[in-house]
Write a protein that binds this ligand. Structure first.
Ligand code: URA
Length: 290
């Protein structure tokens, strides 16, 4: 059975999906077909020797098979993203950024954000850091982690023997919450599909979740930092990632740099988390004169 959808229908569906996404609707569910019998084997020749009743049943099974194939295709159209057809992460990230547009999907867009802070860094990074959400400096400059917490993150990256340009940095939400409050659940849920797509495009070997908000949102676990840190999690971004050969990534949790600025005694613990990541990636700290 060919699994090709009529191009006009495909276009119409793609339009419909785009419209739904603009309305903030991302998830589509398939209602099970009335015809659940997977055994559809009747050939035309068989029809001649069968009763009218049997023929009707066979015809119904055949159309159920056609409906199933169309269903599958429709589902693919409904759940696929434009970047899935490109292998180049630079192009993929560009498509995701375009799809995000001048986002108004959650209330943060009307609560004083200056601009969307999409993400920055090497599109082919082996290491990705995910924070909570932009603060005032990030909102002004349009880049994550450029304020005081960003300076500390830069130092942490340097201590790992790499440069900020080598990694990819993003946040759970892409717009500054007013007064730097913690992003709310609906805001995280609306924004995180775009982060998932960024992760699927970059395909890092390790993600470091900075702080409890990032960790809890990525892992969907509600636990204190003391329980979340100190180990790797297997992580596959939710939603279609289009590359079945990619096994996903490891995820580690450490303290948010803003927390470390408030409580520098915890820096040693954060360094242990980073060393675990360095061991996995085969990184070594720079020598004194490097
Ligand atoms: N804190 C975050 O979580 N993200 C930023 O980009 C800056 C500060």
């Amino acid at each position: 059975m060919p699994s090709v959808l009529d191009p006009d229908l495909r276009r119409a569906l793609a339009e419909r999906v785009r419209y739904c996404r603009e309305m903030g609707i991302y998830d589509f569910y398939r209602r099970e077909s009335r015809f659940s019998d997977p055994t559809v084997g009747a050939e035309v020749g068989e029809l001649a020797s069968t009763s009218q009743e049997q023929r009707e049943e066979m015809a119904a099974r055949k159309s159920a098979q056609v409906a199933k194939t169309a269903d599958k295709n429709i589902l693919q159209v409904l759940t696929s993203h434009p970047e899935q057809s490109v292998a180049d992460p630079v192009a993929a990230l560009k498509l995701i950024r375009e799809d995000l547009g001048d986002c108004t999907r959650c209330k943060l867009h009307k609560q004083g954000r200056k601009q969307i802070v999409f993400g920055v860094g090497n599109p082919r990074a082996e290491l990705m850091f995910v924070g909570e959400g932009p603060g005032a400096d990030e909102d002004t400059q349009g880049e994550p982690f450029v304020g005081r917490a960003g300076q500390l993150l830069n130092n942490m990256i340097k201590a790992m023997g790499i440069r900020r340009e080598d990694v990819y940095i993003a946040n759970i939400v892409k717009c500054r919450p007013p007064g730097n409050r913690t992003p709310e659940r609906d805001e995280c849920e609306t924004c995180s599909p775009f982060l998932m797509r960024q992760i699927a495009a970059v395909k890092p070997k390790v993600i470091v979740a900075l702080g409890a908000v990032a960790a809890k949102n990525l892992l969907a676990i509600n636990a204190p930092m003391s329980e979340l840190r100190g180990r790797f999690y297997d992580f596959i971004p939710s939603g279609p990632n289009g590359d079945s050969s990619w096994p996903g990534t490891k995820l580690a949790v450490t303290y948010h740099p803003a927390f470390l600025l408030r409580d520098p005694r915890q820096k040693g613990e954060a360094w242990k988390d980073l060393q675990m990541v360095m061991n996995y990636l085969g990184l070594r700290p720079p020598k004194k004169d490097e």
